[in-house]
Design a protein around this ligand. Structure first.
Ligand SMILES: Cc1cc2nc3c(=O)[nH]c(=O)nc-3n(C[C@H](O)[C@H](O)[C@H](O)COP(=O)(O)OP(=O)(O)OC[C@H]3O[C@@H](n4cnc5c(N)ncnc54)[C@H](O)[C@@H]3O)c2cc1C
Length: 467
């Protein structure tokens, strides 16, 4: 590699939702981090993620920035799975709802937060390749400059150059369905809502500025190029019998139900997160969310390894913890796509799924999984809190009331000893599993998961951030 070489501790390829969140986590931990991003700004062409789930909102709350998103979004009390509504309001969390917020707004707001932190962003250039050795990674950029870092993280989306260059396998399932997605004007007034015909599915609803948002099945599967207005018109005629006089598109784009997951999230000094590590259909609106969760799981671990406070093997727990979570998301999205089929046998299956989801326990489990509240990392046997998210309790301390999540703003581990200095007299209740015994003391990781539960409050009588 030629040209001038700039050093950082960590380089992130891609400044989408995952890369931005990871950069913030690393910067909070005092790591010298840089992002290389192809786009000139955070504008998101077309329409992608539509909302934030409960656990994502809790994670943003742990960093003290949830209100920035909540003030611009709209709260919905439930999720959908096939024909069933999954109520969120019973979950013991401050964020027992789905926040509708388009990805372009999510990216703008999170980029605003990142701009307040010491993060270097190299914009309008691409990572074109890298070479790793025992001491670090040399990263080549399209402007001829090269970066040198201890670690490189590929947050560069589903077509990840980092994943491909590292030779990491991306096994999974080819698409069975293509959908066109567009914002357009229509001469005729369509029926808003989700409709099915033998030729496929179409969803039509109001978009900004009096426009109409459309998603429609396209046959056959196998598209490789961006669709045109004419393609959209043809797909609408095939599925709905009319194109509603569609014209003046803001955008026409497409997506499929291709479903794949990286075989490993780490190869030496190279790691993958977000869509670079897993892609799946958008049913259930989970992709952006789990990318953000990947970032907060990896951030503190990478920081500790870079700073030499933890051995490199800590990085392997990133794959061990996050790969199974995304695998379950892949499964629930594949199931939702399968249930869209209109043949008699799939209809019968759908009816049985709906009947089974009549049981409140089943609905609660599924809602817990899709909202991200139910995640449990395998940190061994013990108290039910171990490996689960710490609830955002209202503590009483010598200095007055304190919310647990406010103790996590600095993205550092927290030890809470439920003795005289920090008391909590309310119920201990976890999403999905319900009441659990009150612990004597807990150690909470920077990502908000409980790493240790102690019996006694007598140990230090302390609440605080261990050195
Ligand atoms: C139609 C649709 C609907 C969706 N709906 C939802 C939803 O409702 N909820 C949800 O949670 N998710 C949804 N998703 C998924 C969500 O959009 C993605 O999961 C999310 O964008 C992933 O974020 P990311 O940062 O991992 O990757 P990306 O958003 O793909 O970001 C990758 C970034 O890397 C940059 N980049 C790529 N290669 C390079 C390179 N070589 N050098 C430099 N920069 C590079 C790109 O410019 C981009 O900014 C939807 C997706 C689609 C397509």
């Amino acid at each position: 590699m030629s040209g001038h070489r700039i050093e950082h501790e960590v380089v992130i390829a891609g400044g989408g939702p995952t890369g931005l969140m990871l950069a913030a986590e690393l910067a909070l931990a005092g790591v010298d981090v840089a992002i290389v991003e192809r786009r000139p700004n955070q504008d998101v062409p077309g329409r992608r993620a539509g909302g934030l789930h409960s656990r994502t909102l809790e994670i943003l709350d742990q960093r003290g920035i949830a209100d920035r998103f909540i003030s611009e979004g709209q709260k919905y009390p439930s999720l959908r799975f096939h024909a069933t509504t999954l109520d969120l309001t019973g979950f013991p969390t401050r964020h027992n709802y789905l926040l509708a917020l388009p990805q372009k707004h999510f990216e703008r707001i999170i980029a605003g937060w990142v701009a307040e932190l010491p993060v270097r962003i190299y914009r309008e250039r691409e990572v074109t390749g890298f070479v790793q050795d025992d001491a670090g990674v040399s990263v080549a950029m399209s402007d001829g400059l090269s970066l040198r870092a201890a670690y490189l993280v590929g947050c560069d989306g589903g077509r990840s150059l980092i994943r491909k260059t590292a030779g990491i396998e991306f096994p999974g399932w080819d698409p069975t369905t293509t959908w066109l997605i567009a914002e357009v004007e229509m001469a005729e007034k369509p029926n808003f809502g989700i409709h099915h015909s033998d030729a496929g599915m179409y969803a039509i609803g109001p978009a900004d500025d009096g426009l109409v948002g459309v998603v429609v099945t396209e046959r056959p599967v196998g598209r490789v190029n961006e669709p045109t207005l004419r393609d959209l018109s043809q797909a609408l005629v095939a599925v709905c019998g009319t194109d509603f006089g569609v014209h003046s598109p803001i955008f026409v784009s497409w997506f499929t139900d291709m479903t794949r997951q990286a075989a490993t999230y780490r190869q030496g000094r190279v790691l993958l997160a977000g869509d670079a590590a897993h892609i799946h259909p958008p049913q259930g609106g989970q992709g952006l969310n789990i990318g953000v969760h990947d970032a907060v799981n990896l951030g503190w671990k990478l920081a500790q390894v870079v700073k030499g406070t933890s051995p490199e093997s800590l990085l392997d727990t990133y794959h061990a913890e996050r790969h199974p979570v995304a695998a379950r998301v892949l499964r629930n999205t594949m199931a939702q796509v399968a249930l869209l089929r209109r043949d008699d046998r799939t209809q019968a299956l759908g009816e049985i799924v709906t009947e089974l989801l009549n049981a409140e326990e089943s609905r609660r489990r599924l809602a817990g999984a899709m909202s991200g509240l139910e995640i449990r990392y395998d940190l061994g046997e013990g108290h039910p809190l171990l490996g689960r998210r710490m609830p955002d309790l209202d503590l009483v301390t010598a200095n007055g009331p304190v919310r647990v999540y406010s103790l996590l703003h600095a993205a550092r581990p927290v030890l809470i000893n439920f003795g005289e200095d920090a008391t909590y007299d309310g119920p201990w209740e976890l999403p999905v599993i319900g009441r659990v015994p009150a612990p004597g003391a807990v150690r909470v990781r920077p990502d908000g998961y409980v790493a240790w539960v102690g019996e006694s409050a007598a140990a230090t009588g302390a609440i605080g951030v261990p050195a």
